[in-house]
Design a protein around this ligand. Structure first.
Ligand code: NAD
Length: 414
């Protein structure tokens, strides 16, 4: 985790405000989260003892619609990180032109040390504590690091029990049995690959046979490696928290997935050479995709990266210093708020279907995802070319302008 991602986001906001001549009042409003709820989460542990965890739910801005953003369970999570992630959601939903604002939640805990029962009690009590902020028209959580469909199902059940009605649209990324969608799980990875195709095309680079490195092999990195391979790329290195594996000729991604499912890690996969997880960014390639935690590409790493293109699947994987180095070196970066927005876009489709009470026909969500990603990429690319700005700066500019316009037409209450 970057030590001060929130300060970095304020920097991106300041640049964007200059680029689009944002109303200074709107800028001031975006410099503070609209709501920050800190909760204490007491949990009865299996051995009879009591542990008290700390959790947060933050609304950064809800001018354009209900708060949208994931819930993260991680030992390093803190309120500044959650606030930064919530702000990124404001700008992500805006750049994608989805009718949502930005929110995020987190509980400081190490879920690998919790039993299933402890995890469920923690999830339900946390949900109960943040309940005043939740609801389909207020704030709609989704999975993030170390949370999944099972956690979302407990969350939906807790909200539904409390309100006395089944509220499927209270959360996205749910299991299919309670209104989830087949497209959600792969939505982020699919969107990353769509952005990769678009940026390679704009740069005049063929995608087939090019080498890709993926950091992280979780809910995003796992399917992503597979999709890159299916697109004809050679996935030459993959890492996770426990290690990394490389193969110049391209890893057998299906074999690697089977191995990781069995062993819980890519480390030790026999179809490649083992390397240190920290060295994965030094592997020669044309494309780097960080899909783990934030702060992975600092100035030092940025100087070592040999790729021409970085597509940010993780949230905040590049520090502001790292970003400056990449910019100076002419490496093209597709920023997180655009590149990984396939996840929130798929969430929007799930929420919309739950609210409509009708499941869309097969293929409709995938086609809409393609159009939404492609249009957003094209807009950001065009803005960056016209104004001679990096893709990150262009994406923030478009997003900030949209939020500013929404604030302007809604006015200030009271
Ligand atoms: P996850 O918990 O499923 O997977 C995280 C992966 O990163 C794991 O493979 C883990 O081993 C690896 N990892 C952790 N620390 C590492 C390190 N130091 N070096 C190498 N690998 C490391 O999480 P996820 O849902 O795949 O999310 C990954 C990133 O994508 C996060 O930044 C998240 O905010 C972002 N994101 C996720 C979604 C989504 O739909 N899940 C959507 C948008 C953005």
């Amino acid at each position: 985790m970057s030590k001060d991602r929130w300060t970095e986001i304020l920097g991106y906001l300041a640049d964007a405000a200059t680029d689009v001549d944002l109303d200074p009042d709107a800028k001031r409003r975006l410099e503070s989260p609209s709501k920050v709820l800190e909760v204490s989460v007491p949990v009865r542990m299996d051995d009879g003892s009591l542990e008290v965890f700390t959790g947060w739910r933050v609304h950064h801005d809800t001018t354009r619609g209900p708060g949208k953003g994931g819930i993260r369970f991680h030992p390093d999570v803190d309120v500044r990180e959650v606030t930064a992630l919530a702000a990124e959601m404001t700008f992500k939903t805006a750049v994608m032109n989805l009718p949502f604002g930005g929110a995020k939640g987190g509980v400081r805990c190490d879920p690998t040390l919790l039993s299933l029962g402890e995890l469920e009690r923690l999830t339900r009590r946390y949900t109960w504590e943040i309940m005043p902020l939740l609801g389909p028209d207020r704030d709609v959580p989704a999975p993030d690091v170390n949370t999944d469909g099972r956690v979302m199902a407990w969350l939906m059940d807790t909200v539904s029990m409390a309100r006395g009605e089944a509220i499927t649209s209270s959360v996205t990324g749910k299991p299919l049995a309670i209104g989830g969608t087949a497209e959600h799980a792969g939505g982020t990875a699919a969107g990353v690959v769509m952005c990769t195709r678009d940026v390679f095309e704009e740069l005049g680079l063929p995608i087939v046979g090019r080498r890709a490195v993926v950091q992280g092999f979780g809910k995003v990195g796992g399917p992503l490696a597979f999709l890159l391979h299916s697109a004809g790329m050679r996935v030459v290195a993959v890492s996770d928290v426990r290690g990394a594996v490389t193969n110049e000729g391209g890893l057998d991604v299906a074999g690697l997935s089977d191995y990781a499912a069995l062993h819980g890690t890519v480390a030790g996969y026999p179809g490649g050479e083992p390397i240190d997880a920290a060295d994965v960014f030094g592997v020669e390639c044309e494309l780097v995709i960080p899909a783990a935690l934030d702060g992975a590409i600092d100035a030092d790493v940025a100087r070592r990266i040999g790729a021409q293109v970085i597509v940010e699947a993780a949230n905040g994987p590049t520090t502001a210093e790292g970003d400056a180095v990449l910019h100076d070196r002419g490496i093209v970066v597709v920023p997180d708020i655009l590149a990984n927005a396939g996840g929130v876009t798929s969430s929007y489709f799930e929420w919309a279907q739950n609210r409509q009470g009708i499941a869309w026909l097969d293929g409709v969500a995938a086609e809409r995802l393609h159009h939404t990603m492609h249009d957003a990429f094209a807009e950001v690319w065009a803005f960056s070319q016209t104004h001679k700005l990096s893709l990150r700066r262009a994406a923030y500019a478009i997003a900030v302008e949209r939020v500013g316009e929404a604030m302007s037409v809604r006015g200030l209450f009271p």
